[in-house]
Design a protein around this ligand. Structure first.
Ligand code: AMP
Length: 280
């Protein structure tokens, strides 16, 4: 039985009962419109913990005024039915007033790691994410919380925040779930027309080709320039970034870089897509 929890009191009673019997809690925060990527996070939580709570909350603070908050897909009944089929123990679906009660004043901002890439193109986004995730992590008090590598910089930002604020929940990253075409699953893929979808399918192909060129020793600036041109030729409308970075700092690689990551954000019609892959 999957319980639907709306209030903080219901959530905390539920968690208290699980913990009372010595069981561990896994937590998966989402904005709903669930797909196999989200379900993989929930299955990973169920595998690693005795109970799994998934939150569904479209967080207004992480959308800029010109972004897609109003049209973001909302499908609570379908989402809860899906979570029920995989045996999630509870869904926490708070109202905006529950997450941000009247008089709410605090914003959480994370430093360097939130500044490049997404931070440059969506300057208020990570403060919104860090604020809601901090509040959710503290409200739930889970043993582990699971985040997708799909939002790779977000995972680094949250890991940094949890370390800095000594939030006791362990942050666990989960690999990206992709369609057969290689397109990373995303709730925003629902915005794509048939023709746009065909173009979107090529984004990951370009990233994997960049990884091959990097392996072959091609100069980074050259790889990035070629990839950007390739994306435009394929039909993407604009490129916010398509770049090879230090996998931890997300800054350009240096002599100290241990692992690299290739990350891209592109626009296709009204849709903004992000993707990333590991690189050697
Ligand atoms: P969202 O509902 O978009 O805020 O995403 C909720 C969580 O699901 C985040 O931790 C995302 O990184 C993760 N997620 C979204 N898409 C995928 C995917 N294709 N593979 C793995 N995790 C994902």
């Amino acid at each position: 039985m999957t319980k639907i929890l709306k209030t903080i009191e219901e959530l905390q009673d539920f968690v208290r009962n699980i913990k009372k019997s010595g069981n561990s809690v896994g937590f998966v925060p989402t904005m709903g419109a669930l797909h196999e990527g989200h379900l993989t996070l929930a299955r990973t939580a169920l595998k690693n913990c005795d109970a799994c709570i998934v939150s569904i909350f479209v967080n207004p603070k992480q959308f800029a005024p010109h972004e897609d908050f109003d049209r973001y897909p909302r499908m609570m009944d379908k989402d809860t039915a899906l979570l029920r089929t995989i045996g999630v123990d509870a869904v926490f679906a708070p109202d905006v007033e529950t997450m941000y009660p009247i008089g709410y004043q605090t914003t959480v901002t994370v430093g360097e790691v939130s500044k490049p890439l997404e931070g440059e193109f969506r300057p208020t986004h990570f403060a919104g994410v860090a604020t809601v995730v901090a509040r959710l992590l503290l409200l739930v008090g889970a043993d582990k919380a699971f985040f997708g590598e799909k939002d790779y910089q977000q995972l680094q930002v949250i890991t940094q925040m949890a370390t800095d604020l000594a939030i006791p929940t362990k942050i666990v990253g989960v690999p990206i779930v992709r369609e057969e075409s290689g397109l990373a699953l995303s709730s925003r893929n629902a915005y794509l027309s048939g023709q746009e979808k065909k173009i979107a399918d090529q984004l990951n192909v370009v990233l994997f080709a960049m990884a091959d060129e990097l392996k072959a020793g091609t100069d980074i600036a050259h790889i990035e320039k070629n990839a950007a041109q390739k994306l435009l030729d394929l039909g993407f409308d604009s490129i916010d970034y398509c770049t090879i970075r230090d996998a931890k700092t997300l800054m350009p690689p240096t002599a100290e870089t241990k692992a690299r990551r290739i990350l891209a954000a592109v626009k296709l019609g009204k849709t903004r897509l992000i993707d990333n892959i590991a690189a050697n």
